[in-house]
Design a protein around this ligand. Structure first.
Ligand SMILES: NC(=O)c1ccc[n+]([C@@H]2O[C@H](COP(=O)([O-])OP(=O)(O)OC[C@H]3O[C@@H](n4cnc5c(N)ncnc54)[C@H](O)[C@@H]3O)[C@@H](O)[C@H]2O)c1
Length: 438
């Protein structure tokens, strides 16, 4: 059994024998895209807090219902292990680790999403939403742009409309480092301008990708919503945190949950894991360009462990709790301007109120090149990868490394798990589940 003591600890002890938490009503939180790679690890992490009623919405376009079943089993075994000997979990403890699972398409079935919101009205309604569902293949996005704009942008607008209808005012938005496009300065701060238009490069291609633009558009839409609600002097203004992920990697150390995209894996680390386990039979790994202005010429990315990323979501959710110290820290009120928080004079009675929108980078702050990643996976798997350098790939940018200082200072976010742990956990998952959840 892997020693998990170094993994992020977001546990709140189970309610057993604790009358203070016993009477607390769990907050209903929807996770869209809950069965996906990131969603399943976030749900696992949320369940460990015993503080939320987790509701997953997914259409399984790129995931499997089995991921959620595995998350439940993992949470149950950890709950049982945390109780005194010969003690059975209470009904409430069991409820706190039970996921409400809805197979619904966020884009095509808004009435289905509405009914889900409606069904929680009698239990305090939906407290907040973590919105992850999206298509994410950078290359594909430029071939089928309308599909990406519809599924990523239109579905987000529809979700926001439904949230407003049901007076649900707290959102964590799943954004990406791709919003920055090709940057001139690394590590990247949140104040770096987001790239929506994309400069034309020497080869005539536009920088960035449709996928990246969908993320910028969604951020802008969410920001506008927060601003309008603040301007209107709403007593419960819409609050949102956009988390700009760098490169999540790895899996839960048990090897019980991990990444299983439908079809061929797009991202480098899962591709390497599939090559090592034999489910991708490519004789060589194609390296897209070795003439970038980076130390070894290959693209550099900032990898962080999936459980560190998931823990960041739990903190962000806590930061949306009005009256909490974290909430006061990230939305300091009337006059301060920091990060992406915009403040303004507004409201009747001349009240000042800040727009409650904030963006944070979630990354480690260290970059790894493609060749370094191949080396780390070789150590973890023992597989002898052959590489072949081919031309640059459309939409790729040379270097994306986070400056995570704002998330560290304001949220207390940290990503301590190292590349070796990410590769070991990824390989543990892949080796135990060569065909993923199937
Ligand atoms: N994985 C990364 O490297 C990375 C990096 C930065 C940002 N992100 C963002 O994080 C989020 C989650 O990414 P992931 O890696 O877990 O991807 P994923 O594909 O594993 O998860 C996305 C989930 O959303 C679901 N989904 C898609 N469209 C849907 C719809 N219309 N209705 C209902 N469900 C739908 C999919 O079935 C899938 O389960 C995405 O928004 C992605 O853009 C991911």
């Amino acid at each position: 059994m892997t020693n998990t003591s170094t993994y992020p600890n977001t546990d709140i002890p189970p309610t057993y024998g604790n009358w203070k938490t016993f009477f607390l009503v769990p907050q209903n939180v929807i996770v869209t895209g809950g069965a996906g790679y990131i969603g399943s690890h976030i749900i696992y992490t949320l369940l460990k807090t015993h503080k939320y009623k987790v509701i997953s919405i997914d259409n399984y376009h790129n995931s499997f219902p089995a991921a959620l079943a595995r998350v439940s089993e993992l949470a149950l075994s950890e709950l049982k292990a945390s109780l005194p000997l010969n003690t059975e979990p209470s009904e409430r403890d069991l409820d706190s680790i039970t996921i409400d699972i809805h197979e619904t398409d966020l884009l095509l079935n808004p009435s289905g999403v509405r009914s889900i919101f409606s069904s929680y009205l009698s239990t305090n309604g939906i407290w907040g939403v973590i919105h992850l569902s999206a298509y994410k293949a950078v290359g594909e996005s430029s071939s089928i742009p309308l599909t990406y704009y519809a599924n990523n942008v239109s579905a987000t607008i529809s979700l926001l409309q439904i949230m407003q209808e049901f007076r649900c005012y707290r959102l964590i938005y799943s954004s990406s480092a791709t919003v920055y496009g090709a940057v001139e300065e690394v590590p990247i701060k949140e104040t770096t301008e987001r790239q929506i238009e994309g400069r034309i490069q020497v080869n005539g291609e536009r920088e960035g990708s449709v996928y990246g633009r969908t993320k910028v558009m969604c951020e802008l839409i969410v920001e506008d919503l927060c601003e309008s609600s603040a301007l209107a002097g709403s007593p419960t203004p819409f609050q949102a945190i956009s988390l700009r992920y760098f490169n999540p990697a790895g899996a839960h150390p048990s090897g019980y949950i991990g990444e299983h995209p439908r079809g061929r894996p797009e991202n480098l680390l899962p591709l390497l894991a599939h090559m090592a386990v034999g489910t991708v039979k490519d004789p060589v790994l194609k390296v897209f360009g070795n003439d970038y202005p980076t130390p070894d010429g290959t693209c550099v990315r900032d990898y962080l462990h999936i459980l560190d990323l998931a823990a960041g979501h739990v903190i962000a959710l806590q930061a949306l709790e009005e009256g909490s110290e974290l909430n006061k820290t990230i939305f300091p009120g009337d006059t301060t301007e920091s990060g992406s928080t915009i403040t303004m004079e507004t409201g009747d009675k001349g009240m000042k109120r800040g727009t409650k929108f904030k963006a944070y980078n979630l990354g480690k702050g260290h970059g790894m090149s493609v060749l370094q990643i191949v080396g780390a996976m070789k150590t973890a798997t023992g597989f002898d990868y052959k590489t072949e350098v081919v031309g640059r790939r459309r939409g790729d940018v040379p270097e994306l490394v986070a400056n995570p200082a704002l998330a560290q200072a304001e949220l207390g976010f940290n990503a301590p798990l190292d590349l070796e742990t990410m590769c070991r956990d990824l390989w543990n998952w892949q080796e135990k589940n060569p065909t993923g959840y199937e």
